[in-house]
Structures are given as structure tokens and as C-alpha cells.
Design a protein around this ligand. Structure first.
Ligand code: PLP
Length: 232
């Protein structure tokens, strides 16, 4: 695959068309679905090509990497918004609050409490998603489904976190639609409207199951160097 600006713009246009078709098939509007372009591991010059193509919503999975690339990219595109989609360590909460517009990976009580206290200190209030480990995989981040409802109450009522929805990463070897349906049901019963689910291989399925945010990297920017997507 060649890596010129034309490809990135074209890839984004293709994905928007697929999102539109999937949304309409489900009786929804494509404007209800946000395409988060996952730019982790890609150089600023490639991300700039997506910005030049008019794209504005991006996802990164590591705070430190994003701190290196994004301040200057945002100078040229102040309306760009950045989602944190990778695990957040307690010692990175302060820089994460300063840099990210949305944090999709609130996944444990200790982190929720730290976010609440640092939000008070810094005044930054990014929207937040709770990450759910729908596959109950031991190595994967996310609150377990059985603990979710209590965690939502703690985040919203005790800590006043701006929780807007749920996020999941289904197990690689399982049918993703089961996980998408589960996440949708869990969001619904907790009165949450945001659903961040679906990646390059399955974003159209996710949209059919109600995704409001799809996180697409490879299908936009091409293959990444092979690293573990959950590391920080
Ligand atoms: C890397 C990553 C993605 C994008 O994956 P692709 O298969 O490249 O589209 C989506 N979500 C999370 C949490 C990721 O870490």
C-alpha cells in the first residue's frame, strides 16, 4: 500500500460511506456516528494529511506519544479533538486531562477518584467513557460487566465525572456483535447514550449495533508496526 495523502483522504471517504450505509440500514443517521481516526504510532506528517483532508477527531492510546505529536498539530487545527483510547496510569492523569478532549478508558475506581481530584485541581473536564471488559479477559483493561452498574453510580453520583458512554474492545477470537449487543444493553440500562465500539475490521457491524463512536486506525493510515495495542 502506498502512503500518500490521496490514500488517507480516500480511505476516510470510504469509511464515511460505509458508516452511512450501516447507519441507514439500521434506521439511524450517519451524523450520529463519530469516526475517531486512530493515529497511534503514526508520524505527525501522516496525521497532518488527515487534518488536511478535513478530518478532526483522532484517537491515541499513549499519553506520552500524544504529548509529543499533538500540541503542534493542534496549533494548526485548534478545532481538532483528541480521544484517549489506551490504558491511563495514575501518574499520567494530569497531562492526560490537559491534552485530551475525551477519555474513553475510565476502568477502575482508583483511576476514577484520581480523575475527579485532578479535574478539580486543573479545571479540565473532558468527556469520559467507561471501558468495559465485556469478554472478561484477564489481560485486558476494563471494568467487569458485573461491577459496571455500581461503578457508573460511583463515577456519576459520588465523583461527578462527566460520563457520556461505554467503550469496549471485544476479544479478537470472538464474534464482536455479541459484545456490541452486550455493551449497548449495559449502556441502556444505565441511561448512557455513548457507545464507543468497532475498529477497522468490524466498525460497520458496530454501527448496526448502535455505535456512536467507531475507532478506526489501520483502515485509514495503513498497517502499524506490530506492538501490543493495550500497552502504555
Ligand atoms: C489501535 C486501536 C484501535 C484501532 O484499531 P484498528 O484495527 O487499527 O482500526 C481501536 N481501539 C483501540 C482501543 C485501539 O488501541
Amino acid at each position: 500500500m502506498s502512503h500518500d495523502a490521496h490514500d488517507i483522504a480516500e480511505n476516510i471517504a470510504h469509511i464515511h460511506a460505509e458508516i452511512r450505509a450501516a447507519a441507514e440500514a439500521g434506521g439511524r443517521s450517519a451524523t450520529d456516528v463519530t469516526l475517531v481516526a486512530v493515529s497511534k504510532t503514526h508520524e505527525a506528517s501522516r496525521i497532518q494529511q488527515a487534518i488536511d483532508a478535513g478530518h478532526r477527531v483522532f484517537g491515541e492510546n499513549r499519553v506520552q506519544e500524544a504529548e509529543g505529536k499533538w500540541p503542534s498539530l493542534k496549533e494548526g487545527a485548534p478545532d481538532a479533538t483528541l480521544h484517549l483510547i489506551g490504558p491511563l496510569q495514575g501518574n499520567k492523569v494530569k497531562p492526560a486531562l490537559a491534552l485530551f478532549d475525551v477519555i474513553e478508558t475510565v476502568d477502575r475506581p482508583k483511576l476514577a477518584r484520581r480523575l475527579a481530584s485532578m479535574m478539580d485541581e486543573t479545571g479540565h473536564r473532558p468527556d469520559m467513557f467507561i471501558q468495559v471488559n465485556t469478554g472478561e479477559e484477564p489481560q485486558k483493561a476494563g471494568i467487569l460487566p458485573a461491577d459496571l452498574d455500581g461503578f457508573v453510580v460511583e463515577c456519576q453520583d459520588s465523583l461527578a465525572l462527566p460520563i457520556v458512554g461505554l467503550m469496549c474492545i471485544p476479544p479478537v477470537d470472538e464474534e464482536p456483535s455479541l459484545h456490541f449487543a452486550l455493551l449497548r444493553e449495559m449502556a441502556h440500562r444505565n441511561g448512557l447514550t455513548g457507545l464507543s465500539m468497532g475498529m477497522s475490521a468490524d466498525f460497520a457491524v458496530a454501527v448496526r449495533f448502535g455505535a456512536t463512536h467507531v475507532r478506526v486506525g489501520t483502515a485509514i493510515f495503513g498497517a502499524r508496526a506490530p506492538i501490543n495495542i493495550t500497552q502504555d
